[in-house]
Design a protein around this ligand. Structure first.
Ligand SMILES: [Zn+2]
Length: 440
């Protein structure tokens, strides 16, 4: 910290040139404040958007999905009189991180440069329809370019000087999911890992970093992950970076962009909650606190929340660790099927790929499907554990609208779970290999 509260200037007198004396003035503003607003784009579903302001500079890390950007991000920009964003970093190609770009364009927010890496198509399209979708990412980037916006890819080691008071953002890691130190990974592991430093404080943005690369990065001594504040990856939900990664950051404060329900009651966030409890970490959750603003100055850190913290009312769910899930033959079950008119509802549990919102559940033998909605639901009765393939068990609810109504024989309905890592498919209901299930 520099003593004194007033603005002070350090003049460096350059050599006399032909045109006369040149004076370079470097100004340090004691009161200069870096503002980081963790925007509550997790008001309904999970999402990330972080608005950074320092002096005149305006930067966004992620935008939330389109709807949440319209509900939460745009009003905040308006409130702050922001019409231009100098740089946007899209941490990775999931819509809860980039979908809001469309809302910004439609509302005539001026964007200068967007760092938005085009993912590898094969890795990306493994996640269609619930996650990454190459064509959608490509179209989004093209839309930006057509609007005259620079679209670039951030790279490891890149440093963005924030122009005021020595603030900077460093991209610690930017893996493409193909050339990584741990082999092929997935889109969450392509997250930009960025360190923001200002006034002696360090803030680590970890995107939706997953276990595979998280494990590697935690032990890579070449890069210093140390931070005062940590933006928790993947909304706090499995299968995010391991505790070792959090430990390596040594952060005293955790910022979690997660809906209230996911944070408070979902077993997927249990591990991070335990880490936080065990390490006495100060915690801010967007779904609980609303927008959270961190103000960093030479005088320290201040946090402001939109709402007063409310109690979580947590349920404690304990998990039992077992190993070798991928070798298990049991990959889930369909517990109940109900069909009424055109509405078919299936509930059960399956081995999910933990780092995604929705495992790819496929329903066969029901004729043409008008609409399918898959929801992961916490099942305290189902053992939740992880293996090296990042699989875990969780409950599901599937609601289908069928074009031709309920099928006459329910024994023909076949439900299949697809492992997003390997593409392998597993039958969930044991229905005597009826027609629809023949190949699984
Ligand atoms: Zn996300």
């Amino acid at each position: 910290m520099i003593g004194g509260r007033s603005l002070w200037a350090m003049g460096i007198v350059g050599g006399a040139l032909l045109s006369g004396m040149v004076i370079m003035t470097v100004v340090f503003d004691e009161k200069l404040v870096l503002s980081w607003a963790m925007v509550n784009v997790s008001d309904r579903r999970q999402g990330d958007a972080h608005l950074l302001q320092l002096g005149e500079r305006v930067i966004l890390i992620d935008t939330g999905d389109k709807g949440s950007a319209e509900r939460q991000l745009l009003p905040l920009l308006q409130e702050r009189g922001i019409q231009t964003i100098d740089q946007i970093f899209i941490s990775h190609a999931h819509r809860d991180h980039y979908g809001g770009l469309e809302a910004l364009l439609e509302n005539n927010i001026h964007l200068n440069t967007v760092y938005f890496q085009l993912p590898d198509r094969t890795i990306c399209d493994l996640e269609v329809p619930w996650g990454c979708d190459y064509d959608h990412v490509n179209a989004s980037r093209a839309r930006l370019k057509n609007a005259g916006i620079k679209v670039q890819s951030a790279y490891s080691g890149q440093v963005i000087d924030l122009g005021s008071g020595g603030g900077q953002i460093k991209v610690l890691y930017a893996f493409d999911g193909v050339r990584t130190p741990v082999g092929k990974t997935d889109i969450n592991d392509t997250s930009l890992i960025m360190l923001l430093s200002f006034a002696g404080q360090r803030i680590l943005f970890a995107g939706d970093l997953n276990r595979k690369l998280g494990q590697y990065l935690a032990k890579d001594e070449a890069v210093n992950l140390q931070a005062d504040l940590l933006k928790i990856p993947h909304h706090g939900a499995e299968s995010l970076a391991p505790d070792r990664f959090f430990d390596a950051s040594g952060a005293h404060t955790a910022m979690i962009p997660a809906p209230r329900e996911l944070w408070c009651n979902d077993p997927r966030t249990e591990r991070v909650r335990n880490w936080i409890d065990n390490n006495d970490i100060k915690t801010f959750v967007s779904g609980i606190h609303g927008h959270v603003e961190v103000r960093v100055s030479h005088e320290g850190i201040e946090t402001h929340t939109q709402y007063k913290a409310r109690e979580c009312g947590r349920r404690k769910i304990t998990s039992k660790r077992i190993t070798g899930i991928s070798q298990l033959k049991i990959r889930g079950n369909v517990d109940a099927m109900q069909c009424n008119g055109k509405q078919l509802k299936l509930t059960g549990w399956a081995a999910w790929q933990g780092h995604n919102d929705q495992q790819s559940l496929i329903v066969l033998g029901v004729g043409e499907i008008e609409r399918i909605r898959i929801r992961e639901v916490g099942r305290p009765d189902v053992v939740r554990t992880f293996d090296d393939d990042d699989l875990y068990f969780s409950g599901f609810d599937v609601d289908l609208t069928l074009v031709n109504g309920c099928p006459s024989g329910k024994a023909r309905i076949c439900m299949v779970s697809r492992d997003g890592n390997t593409g392998a498919r597993f039958r969930l209901n044991n229905i005597h290999r009826a027609d629809g299930c023949r190949h699984y």
